[in-house]
Design a binder for this molecule. Structure first.
Ligand code: HEC
Length: 133
């Protein structure tokens, strides 16, 4: 009889520990999911991506015509950042403009097209430019 009681107590204890462990696992999983969702909604470029964008500007020909603070051939990047809020729609729009080139927004001088620069790289540069407030 004593043995049975001990056995029952053991089974109950094992069950309790198990279900507790499961709860902990569930909680942890929930937390991870929430964090992932938040990142997707805000779509804010990471510090690493912004640094990459900055370096890409120097690697490409962008700084021949643009400076951060002053207008030379093209508008100052800080003025571009003032004109366009850092939204997904503006990233898209300006990425297209850099690739196809164009004129008429800042004056009559056209920006040369950049059809050979990968769109993903251009987007990183645009994200960096719009972060300059
Ligand atoms: C040959 C000179 C030249 C080069 C090289 C150049 N730009 Fe420009 N950029 C311009 C001019 C001029 C404008 C203004 C165009 C206008 O008024 O529509 C401009 C405008 C822009 C704008 C704002 C566009 C708008 O519609 O408001 C962005 C963003 C930009 N350039 C990014 C870049 C990036 C990134 C690079 C390198 C990949 C680059 N530019 C290379 C001359 C240049």
């Amino acid at each position: 009889m004593k043995r049975i009681t001990i056995l029952t107590a053991f089974i109950i204890a094992t069950f309790a520990v198990n279900s507790f462990a499961q709860k902990v696992v569930k909680k942890t999983t929930k937390k991870t999911t929430t964090v992932v969702k938040k990142t997707a909604v805000s779509a804010k470029p990471s510090a690493v991506a912004l640094e990459e964008g900055k370096q890409l500007l120097a690697k490409n020909d962008c700084l021949t015509c643009h400076r951060l603070d002053v207008k030379i051939v093209g508008p100052a990047y800080k003025d571009v950042a003032k004109k366009y809020p850092a939204t997904a729609a503006n990233y898209e729009k300006l990425t297209q403009k850099v690739i196809t080139g164009g004129t008429g927004v800042w004056g009559e001088v056209p920006m040369a097209p950049h059809p050979t620069v990968p769109a993903a790289d251009v987007k990183k540069m645009v994200e960096y430019i719009l972060s300059l407030k």
